[in-house]
Design a protein around this ligand. Structure first.
Ligand SMILES: Cc1ncc(C[n+]2csc(CCOP(=O)(O)OP(=O)(O)O)c2C)c(N)n1
Ligand SMILES: CC(=O)[C@@H](O)[C@H](O)COP(=O)(O)O
Ligand SMILES: [Mg+2]
Length: 625
């Protein structure tokens, strides 16, 4: 690969202004080399970022940043933006502990507008920025860059509805690569496909001219332009999508998202418009790096890899992941029970559902990036007599808390919430840590929740959740499981019953989920100090095992351990039970304090939070003094 040269001279987007289209294209290829060089070491969202390079170079060469605002949806495609906005050196620390984020982050750079990471929010943020601009009487441009899959999320639709009505001037760059993490799904995706396949540009252009002559909201943006610009734009914009145009949003014909000259031509026009405009840009995920082009799903989010082959560089895993165990267990449940239906919200691979989808295609539902739809639909499936399992990442389930409460819990619907990535996830950082689920599940009447401590417990937790009436959630973490032996057939766990995994009279460690492993290690350390710990795998976050808590109160200290926020979490639940029982034993709840946790290896984050065995032992020693 060539040594980057133009990139060396770029300190901010202002430096792009002197470059020709040809030089910008060379710069784009240098940026791609830089992205590959860094992510081959750090890992990251390679395919999306490579696909968006030309869009970002073209766009930022036209803007006056940071005055003009670019809102990146999810932010996983924003690496070129990072490299153009003074973070070239820091880029080497991408997604590492203490390094720069894999998403946009305003505390990292004035060029970053919002804390991205969750899909489909960019248009709402953009409408807010445009409204604020209107109220202030200022003139900065507002642009949102959003992918085809994220555009189908409910929030994005709600923002389209608002901006079309208000005719807020802002530009949406639709980065259409026909992919979500895997192949995109849904009717909007089909609509975009039809547009791409539509060859009748001439007729469409003519009908747009007629529409413009007739006036109406769609033409308002054009009418604000000067005569020459209006003429040029007429040539480029066609009424090819009744959907957007009916909403009052001007839409361009699909344009080549890897042609910087074409991108700049069109963007420079729509940036002058006086109403909302959508630029339909067709890109290829992984553009410029063959292994990512060949397998964009593997390169959506990847760990370190060998640049020459694209092969992942990873340590051989000793055990399967929790996700893999869940996927196999659910397929097994479905084989025994024809009512089981699995739902994913665009995370088939991430939630371990590929086997299920292949074996039971008619009972597999991918709603796209639409967690509210996933949970609302689960409620409907349950009302129709089925046993839906909504398999969602804990952090994305936050989108559907209302549907969980009103549509599932209130009617006591037989819905299973399988919350993957519960707890700290590592390199994705604060937007992706699944640390709130025990709070939002615990607070809701009728809800029950399990926190399995290993993969055998996970299989039994799933079996239990499917066997019980009413809504049941289970939470399990990202990554390798503990190496427990899986049962031939999972058992139904008794509701609200914990299990003692180590006996001891001095201290009771009441642990939830994988904190049981840390508790066992802490107990080992404390034995050396003559402190004997009882370790309890609490199993149930709700209902809590009150007998086990009463038993714990007979020791000298009760410590609860959870991989979630302390406030409103399981440990606070235990403290409430102790108080109700009139216990006087000192008790402390360990978990995540009232702060957002950064990115980095989970073991490092655990140590920082005092949640590893050492940290737990230190707390116990201090409390017993
Ligand atoms: C609310 C939410 N659900 C799911 C995800 C996981 N996720 C991250 S990127 C992505 C696919 C995005 O596809 P698209 O918007 O088309 O962008 P592309 O990756 O194709 O560039 C998904 C499902 C998320 N970040 N946020
Ligand atoms: C950007 C995004 O939300 C996903 O790509 C996420 O990074 C996936 O995380 P996992 O690696 O845990 O599946
Ligand atoms: Mg896409």
């Amino acid at each position: 690969m060539d040594v980057p040269r133009i990139l060396d001279a770029i300190n901010s987007p202002a430096d792009l202004k002197v470059l020709t289209n040809e030089e910008l294209a060379i710069l784009a290829s240098e940026i791609r080399q830089e992205i590959v060089a860094t992510t081959s070491v750090t890992g990251g969202h390679v395919a999306s970022s490579l696909g968006a390079v030309d869009i970002i170079v073209a766009l930022e060469s036209l803007l006056d940043m940071p005055r003009d605002r670019v809102v990146f949806d999810v932010g996983h495609q924003s690496y070129a933006h990072k490299l153009l906005t003074g973070r070239r050196e820091a880029f080497k620390t991408l997604r590492t502990y203490g390094g720069i984020s894999g998403f946009t982050k305003p505390t990292e750079s004035v060029y970053d507008v919002h804390f991205s990471g969750h899909a489909s929010d960019s248009l709402s943020i953009a409408t807010g920025l445009a409204k604020a601009r209107q109220l202030k009487g200022t003139h900065e441009k507002v642009v949102a860059v959003i992918g085809d899959a994220s555009l189908a999320g409910g929030m994005a639709f709600e923002a389209l509805n608002y901006m079309g009505n208000e005719q807020l001037p802002l530009v949406i760059i639709l980065n259409d690569n026909e992919m979500s993490i895997s192949r995109n799904v849904g009717a909007l995706m089909k609509h975009l496909g039809n547009i791409r396949a539509n060859n009748h540009y001439r007729e469409a252009r003519e009908s747009l001219q007629e529409a413009m002559e007739a006036g109406g909201p769609v033409t308002r943006g054009f009418l604000s332009l000067g005569k020459n610009m209006k003429e040029s734009l007429k040539q480029m914009v066609i009424p090819h999508s009744m959907l957007f145009e009916a909403l009052g949003i001007v839409c361009t014909a699909p344009i080549d998202g890897h042609n910087i000259a074409e991108l700049r031509d069109i963007l420079s026009l729509v940036l002058e418009m006086d109403g909302p405009a959508l630029v339909h840009v067709v890109t290829r995920k992984g553009e410029g790096y063959e292994p990512a082009r060949r397998d964009p799903e593997a390169f959506h989010g990847t760990g370190p890899y060998d640049i020459a082959t694209g092969n992942a560089i990873k340590k051989a895993a000793k055990h399967p992941t929790y996700t893999e165990v869940f996927g196999a267990a659910l397929a097994d449940e479905a084989a025994h029970d024809a009512d089981v239906v699995a739902i994913t919200a665009a995370m088939t691979g991430g939630t371990g559902l590929k086997t299920f989808a292949a074996e039971f295609p008619e009972r597999f539902v991918d709603v796209g990036i639409a967690e509210e739809q996933a949970v609302g639909m689960a409620a409907g499936l349950a009302a129709g007599g089925k046993k839906p399992v909504a398999a969602l990442y804990s952090t994305f389930m936050q989108r559907a808390v209302d549907q969980m409460i009103i549509d599932c819990a209130l009617p006591d619907a037989n819905v299973v919430f399988a919350l993957d990535r519960a707890g700290l996830v590592g390199d994705d950082g604060p937007t992706h840590h699944g640390v709130f689920d025990m709070v939002y599940m615990r607070m809701v009447p009728h809800m029950r929740m399990l926190a399995p401590s290993d993969e055998a417990e996970l299989a039994c937790a799933l079996h239990t959740a499917l066997a019980l009436p009413g809504p049941v959630a289970l939470r399990y973490p990202r990554g390798e499981a503990e190496g427990a032996v899986l049962p031939d057939r999972p058992e139904v766990l008794e509701v609200g019953k914990s299990r003692v995994v180590r006996a001891g009279d001095d201290v009771a460690l009441l642990a939830f989920g994988r904190m049981v492993g840390q508790a066992k290690k802490a107990a080992e350390l404390l034995t050396a100090d003559g402190i004997e710990c009882r370790v309890v795998d609490m199993r149930w976050v709700k209902p809590l095992d009150e007998e086990a808590i009463a038993e714990a109160a007979r020791t000298r200290l009760v410590v609860t351990l959870e991989e979630g926020v302390i406030s409103g979490g399981a440990g606070e639940g235990v403290l409430e039970v102790l108080a109700r029982q009139g216990a006087t034993v000192p008790a402390v709840a360990l978990g995540i304090p009232d702060q957002f946790v950064g990115q980095g290896p989970v073991s490092q984050l655990f140590a920082d939070l005092g949640l590893d065995a050492e940290g737990i032992a230190t707390t116990v020693r201090a409390r017993l003094k």
